[in-house]
Design a protein around this ligand. Structure first.
Ligand code: ADP
Length: 397
């Protein structure tokens, strides 16, 4: 079955056409600058990327351009749109309404709309993608795959904040967690790859990218995760602060004459590795090379990152009363042997020793702890699009 996977952002859209039987990507790309000017990147498997600048006033024109590229006579991956048998959409926030992926119908759209307030930048864009696909490809079943769904198994002690209960009851203020599709995919794969017993397993997934989150997974079910009501909570990220003393907000607001919006902008866009490195970069590669050249701010940013990961992992080892495997994934987790080494140095108390040679390997599933380590540490590349494709097929078949 050919499945179109769509991840709609506010001004961008990523897509992949996947053959679910072989799990091969037939074509992929993205639309950028939707509503500004418009740029389509399209790549059929085995061919070079094509870049087309063209006006995309709304997501409708963007999706139409993707469909035209997919069916283009010369470079299209399919002959006709009728070959697309299902569409899977990434939806950021499913609130407490969705604990798993679901076939989209009018009731689902309404329920997703009710979660818009919890993810005002993302959910409305996801819904536009769903509506435009329904219009341009009527009759093709669509599935919503939620970033929050995997974390819905967290118990109240993990998802409640120490705030007036009214905020949870009336405004749904609680920990939801994000990157769920990745945490689910990687934790399942870890159990298979490492030969763990799926009904008796304790896995910690460190999804370290621009946005980063860590989750604790017992017997395949998430019991805790670092992101919260929003993706701002938890560990330090590319430009997001992660956890801070909430009172800093009032203190800095007065000093810098900022309102709530201004403070939120700082916490989301000007903090994290970027802010801590003295506005050097949010990109880990830049920080690694600056640190290599002796830049102290870059060094501190890397140290805070590794220390944060080690502390959350330690907390989850305590929460699970043990751990069988610690897994790194996403841009930093998969690619930075330097960060992994810095993190693993904290794990001596778990009986873990780093296999330096394995740690220097890139781009594949690999165990990076030595055979005599008491807990396994591994790198497992995430693949959110494939996870969305699999869920979509399972629901439409
Ligand atoms: P997003 O959250 O945007 O999906 P990614 O998972 O793509 O982010 O991760 C982006 C991060 O991964 C960036 O900080 C980038 O520097 C880092 N990264 C990518 N490739 C490498 C590499 N070869 N070495 C070190 N860091 C890398």
């Amino acid at each position: 079955m050919k499945v179109l996977v769509i991840n709609c952002g506010s001004s961008s859209l990523k897509y992949q056409l996947i053959d679910s039987d072989t799990e091969n990507v037939l074509a992929k790309g993205l639309c950028e600058r939707i509503g500004i000017d418009g740029r389509l990147v399209y790549q059929k498997a085995g061919l070079d990327k094509e870049i087309t600048e063209a006006p995309m006033p709304t997501h409708k024109e963007a999706i139409q351009m993707v469909l035209d590229a997919l069916t283009n006579e010369k470079t299209g991956a399919i002959k006709s749109l009728s070959e697309v048998e299902a569409i899977g959409h990434r939806v950021v926030h499913g609130g407490e309404k969705f604990a798993s992926s679901t076939l989209i119908n009018d009731d689902v759209i309404k329920a997703v709309e009710e979660c818009n307030e919890l993810a005002p930048l993302h959910n409305p864009a996801n819904l536009i993608g769903i509506r435009v696909c329904a219009e341009l490809m009527p009759g093709v079943p669509q599935v919503a795959v939620f970033d929050t769904a995997f974390h819905q198994t967290m118990p109240p002690k993990a998802f409640l904040y120490g705030l007036p209960l009214k905020y949870y009851k009336d405004y749904k203020v609680r920990r939801y967690g994000f990157h769920g599709t990745s945490h689910s995919f990687v934790s399942k794969r870890a159990v298979e790859f490492l030969g763990l017993d799926k009904d008796n397993s304790k896995v910690i997934v460190c999804h370290l990218g621009n946005g980063s989150s860590i989750s604790a997974v017992v017997n395949g079910k998430c019991i805790d995760t670092t992101m919260g009501l929003t993706p701002l909570e938890g560990m330090i990220m590319g430009t997001r602060s992660g956890n801070i003393d909430p009172a800093i907000m009032e203190y800095v607001a007065k000093k810098e004459n900022l309102d709530i919006k201004g403070i939120m902008n700082v916490l989301n866009k000007k903090s994290g590795l970027f802010g801590l490195s003295g506005d050097l970069s949010s990109d880990l590669r830049d920080l690694e090379s600056a640190a290599g050249e002796g830049n102290e701010n870059a060094k501190h940013a890397l140290e805070v990152l590794a220390y944060d990961v080690a502390k959350f992992v330690g907390g989850y080892v305590a929460a699970m009363n043990g751990v069988d495997a610690i897994v790194f994934t996403a841009g930093i987790g998969e690619n930075s042997g330097t960060v992994r080494k810095m993190v693993v140095q904290y794990f001596g108390y778990l009986g873990i020793t780093l296999d330096e040679e394995a740690n220097n390997t890139r781009g594949e599933e690999i165990v990076i702890s030595t055979p005599d380590s008491k807990v396994k540490v591994a790198v497992i590349p995430t693949n959110e699009e494939l996870a969305i494709c699999r869920d979509t097929v399972a629901l439409v078949k």
